[in-house]
Design a protein. Structure first.
Lengths: 280, 297
């Protein structure tokens, strides 16, 4: 009897490991395929079976890609919108999160209630009005036109508010008694102590802008302004001389920075996903 | 000069008074949300009752909505989106829960490795991963078809017929989002006290019983959260069909989000696009209420 359940649970263990191994393989393989395909030829990819190891054509593909897409400029554009967006968001949302979590003032319930409710609003409903507003402001085809409307991100505010809730109120009050101004308390006592939450917010904001596609597609018109997702879609959308190796190389270049950031800041990534519950 | 300095000082003091400080710090957020959220929501509603004719917008009442409810392509978009919703969301959430439970099993080694690698797909840009899957799903030379024919099956022309095209999108989305939901569910699982499982084990509960009688009820709120966010995400599905199928063949994979984009930004029909947007808001509202109701029962 005891032996039987032991045997049963051992089979259970094996099943679990096999399942996890298969899932992991499926999760990682497309990355591998993308990276190796960037070093092969279009013909290698379009053969039966496609080539599944690294090839010698990386430099050649890179040259072909440079003719179709300004890699440096696209990198700069994507970095610019992502970094500016992240910096603005971190400053604005941490201030908002702190106030919403730690201060009682007229209008707090309304503001927080609205922010919670607006998480239910599909962003796409806002795109037509945003587009018309950007035309009015002369900001179409500009990076600021990409950045500014996207700052209305309820999740970011929510994430900071949740983290500020657990900040000890006693510390704030002690600073107040010591004569610290509210501004100083915020910058030199609160902010340095919520670094993990700020890290989560930075990662969340940065990747969401780096990967953003539909809004930049709407607002950006000229090739010199494109961010990676738009540039990639345009590269694929152009039917002349379609070369999948070149497309896979471009996709790899666009993915690599995020992959590296992820491997370094895993904890912050996960915290961002979980709505801000940052565990040290 | 001196006066200017005094003024700054008093402004500084006013900012730092306990009464004013919250308003100063919350102001940027309020301004941004009023300009880019409240105003557009209202503006979009007004636009949905308007039509652009002879160079100006004129009020046409419910016309856009009436046309929309007779629009066969809109129905296709609606049906496709619901199909993705009904098939993909449960598969993905179920899969995410199973993976999370397996990773959390006490004896499983290498938890961090499994977690990290299964989460990896959700860091990719939607356009980027969709492009990779476009190559993998290639009808003549794709690796997926190669595997299928190696296993003795027939090659599938993924993008040229209705159902395969839909499933190519479902498979792709599942790859991208399962790990993401798994991570959220893991947090819920970790909050379940070990003692609950131990007493269940003493009572002789097996794996399946523990899953259905303890785990699922205990993570219900998180299951609800992931279901609602996945629903909102699916209703707004855009990048994947844009890259993989362009909504084809014959609108078989077009989504509401894509139809909104086409009307708004390809045909520049802002009124009609806004009406589509509002139908989307309405659907999300109904589905969210429905999901809350189901959870309560």
């Amino acid at each position: 009897m005891v032996n039987d359940t032991k045997k049963k649970s051992r089979i259970g263990h094996v099943v679990i490991y096999i399942f996890l191994a298969i899932t992991t393989f499926i999760s990682i393989f497309p990355f591998y395929f993308m990276f190796i395909s960037g070093s092969n030829t279009n013909k290698d990819i379009l053969s039966n079976p496609p080539k599944l190891s690294f090839g010698p054509y990386l430099a050649e593909n890179f040259k072909m890609l440079s003719e179709r897409m300004d890699i440096l400029l696209t990198t700069y554009n994507t970095l610019f919108v992502s970094i500016v967006y992240t910096l603005l968001a971190v400053f604005i949302y941490s201030a908002a999160g702190y106030i919403l979590a730690k201060f009682n003032f007229v209008g707090r319930t309304v503001i927080f209630g609205f922010i919670m409710l607006s998480m239910m609003i599909p962003t796409q409903v806002l795109y037509v009005p945003w587009f018309k507003m950007m035309i009015g402001a002369g900001m179409t085809d500009s990076h600021w036109g990409v950045i500014l409307p996207m700052l209305a991100n309820s999740f970011g505010v929510f994430l900071m508010r949740q983290n500020m809730l657990s900040f000890p109120t006693a510390l704030i009050e002690a600073a107040r008694i010591d004569g610290s101004t509210e501004t100083r308390t915020f910058f030199s006592i609160v902010l340095p102590n919520v670094k993990p939450a700020l890290g989560a917010l930075v990662i969340y904001m940065f990747t969401s802008m780096w990967n953003n596609f539909m809004w930049p597609l709407i607002i950006l018109g000229s090739k010199t302004k494109y961010t990676f997702p738009v540039a990639l879609a345009m590269l694929d959308g152009n039917p002349t001389n379609k070369n999948y190796a070149v497309i896979m190389l471009a996709t790899s270049i666009a993915t690599l920075p995020i992959l590296i950031i992820f491997l370094i800041f895993q904890k912050q990534f996960v915290a961002g996903v979980m709505g801000g519950s940052v565990k040290e | 000069m001196k006066r200017g300095k005094g003024e700054t000082k008093s402004l500084w003091r006013r900012l730092n008074s306990l009464k004013n400080f919250p308003y100063f710090l919350i102001a940027p957020t309020v301004i941004i949300f009023v300009v880019f959220m409240v105003y557009p929501i209202v503006y979009s509603l007004i636009l949905s009752f308007q039509e652009f004719k002879h160079g100006t917008y004129s009020f046409v009442g419910l016309k856009n909505y009436i046309v929309l409810f007779k629009d066969p392509i809109f129905y296709k978009a609606l049906m496709n989106t619901f199909f993705y919703l009904i098939v993909q969301v449960p598969i993905m959430i179920g899969l995410a829960l199973i993976i999370a439970v397996f990773v959390e099993e006490k004896h499983v080694k290498g938890k961090a490795f499994w977690r990290t690698s299964i989460f990896l797909p959700s860091i990719t840009a939607l356009v980027a991963y969709a492009l990779v899957f476009k190559v993998l799903f290639n009808g003549d030379y794709g690796l997926i078809n190669y595997v299928i024919s190696a296993l003795g099956g027939d090659k599938v022309q993924w993008f040229y017929s209705k159902w395969p095209a839909r499933f190519s999108i479902i498979i792709s989305i599942t790859w991208r989002w399962t790990g993401y939901n798994m991570i959220i569910l893991l947090a819920g699982l970790q909050a379940i006290p070990e003692s609950v499982y131990e007493s269940a084990a003493i009572d002789g509960a097996g794996f399946w019983k523990k899953l259905t009688y303890i785990t699922v009820p205990m993570v219900k709120p998180i299951l609800l959260f992931t279901t609602i966010t996945s629903t909102i995400g699916t209703l707004q599905l855009f990048d994947e069909p844009y890259v993989l199928t362009q909504g084809g063949p014959d609108y078989a994979t077009i989504t509401i989000g894509q139809y909104l984009y086409n009307n708004g930004f390809v045909y520049m029909n802002f009124g009609y696009a806004s009406a589509i947007g509002y139908v989307m808001v309405f659907i999300i509202g109904i589905l969210s209420v429905l999901q809350f109701k189901i959870k309560d029962n």
